[in-house]
Design a protein around this ligand. Sequence first.
Ligand code: RB5
Length: 149
Amino acid sequence: MRIVFANDHAAFEARVALIEHLRDLGHEVLDCGTSTKESVDYPCVVVPAIKALREGAVDRIVLMCGSGLGVSIAANRYEGIRCALCTDEYAAEMSRRHNNANAIALRAREQDPAMNIRVLDKWLTTDYEGGRHQRRVELIDSMPKNEKF
Ligand code: RB5
């Protein structure tokens, strides 16, 4: 799979093992950084990753920040992005089976690095079920254009 990886400074250490793991599995990783502890704003780091997906350069997005929350909230502002914050394997599995998540947000702080590996593996190996979920996923994707209450 072609995967773009993007993170803020809070994940500059945690990212290393995850990218290495993805490459060991044979995935092609486009690394958008950041790779240093110099502070960067998480709403900005998601942008090149989303561009890469939209341009068809990658199949999936992996995002990381301290809590995973900031990057997931930011990514979900973009049309066509279904980003799931996953801190356990159940969330990773369901985000694929039911929500067809094309982006995952991982937590760098207060999280066992081995758990993040398991979460990522589950997310990458679980297929979308389609069927009754398709209409709901389409409703999600239509939401930014459908803001009349
Ligand atoms: C950075 O300190 C931290 O706020 C960021 O990584 C993230 O957790 C925000 O949601």
